[in-house]
Design a protein around this ligand. Structure first.
Ligand code: SF4
Length: 257
């Protein structure tokens, strides 16, 4: 497979399918993926480690972001959102909460109408300081790939203690101030079938949404090469069918194919 790694702290802006004109903030280093999950579908390839010692310091992130925002403002470039994403999981950065505060301050100074979004796998939301930081951003986008324990383990391969039950309990602590993001796919991994689109899977996922009560739900499927080759994207019609089941209960669901 071809893997895709971001080669700097700040990348873009790019036109995002889900978010608009997005300036990316990549906290893991440029040459390897550092994450608390090892998702079988990750566009960055397999996880190199969970070692955060090579993450850039808070001041480096602040400087790089400020320089880019100043340059964009001087060039009259548009900006819809500053998005924490990239080569791994941003919330495992030891200074994540302070980096979020710096980002909110710089956003207000340079692009007051832009949003700040964080794409996170939700493994660190058991920490109160991470939860509080995520509550301060405009789009707190948290991963829930399956509400069935064995499927979550197949899909996400957590490298730390992480159970579906604890995850859902912690997602409920946001009091609805979150966006749930779920990838739907099917295929084979290690000789076993994987399919989180079955009736049982979708029902468990909807039951979890009923408990979490997110402000929005984002569903999507594979878009690029994946580390496990025997994975298949599902069709936009299948995504819409799943989305409609959640919409029927009043959830705002965004679909990207
Ligand atoms: S959580 Fe995101 S970065 Fe980490 S392995 Fe999964 S898809 Fe990749």
């Amino acid at each position: 497979m071809s893997t895709f790694l971001f080669d700097s702290i700040i990348f873009g802006p790019v036109q995002s399918r889900r978010l608009g004109v997005s300036l990316g903030v990549n906290l893991p280093p440029a040459d390897s993926k550092i994450c608390s999950f090892n998702c079988i579908y990750c566009e960055c390839g397999w996880t190199a480690s969970m070692n955060v010692s090579r993450f850039p310091k808070r001041e480096q992130v602040r400087q790089a972001l400020e320089q880019k925002l100043q340059a964009m403002r001087q060039a009259n470039e548009p900006l819809d959102v500053i998005t924490f994403a990239g080569n791994g999981e941003p919330t495992i950065h030891p200074d994540f909460a302070n980096i979020i505060d710096d980002t909110l301050e710089l956003r207000t100074a340079h692009f007051p109408n832009a949003r700040v979004a964080v794409l996170s796998n939700a493994t660190m939301i058991f920490r109160p300081e991470v939860r509080e930081a995520l509550k301060r951003v405009d789009q707190n986008i948290l991963k829930l790939d399956s509400a069935v324990e064995s499927t979550m383990r197949q899909l996400d391969q957590p490298l730390m203690r992480h159970t579906v039950e604890e995850l859902i309990d912690n997602l409920c602590l946001f009091d609805g101030q979150l966006i749930v993001q779920t990838i739907f796919l099917r295929g084979n991994v290690n000789g076993q079938t994987i399919d989180n689109t079955t009736h049982q899977e979708v029902q468990a996922w909807i039951d979890a949404l009923k408990r979490i009560q997110p402000q929005q739900v984002m569903v999507y499927t594979i878009a690029r090469d994946t580390p496990v080759e025997e994975l298949r994207k599902i069709t936009i019609d299948e995504l819409e069918t799943i989305a409609n089941k959640a919409r029927a209960l009043g959830f705002d669901v965004q679909v990207s194919g």
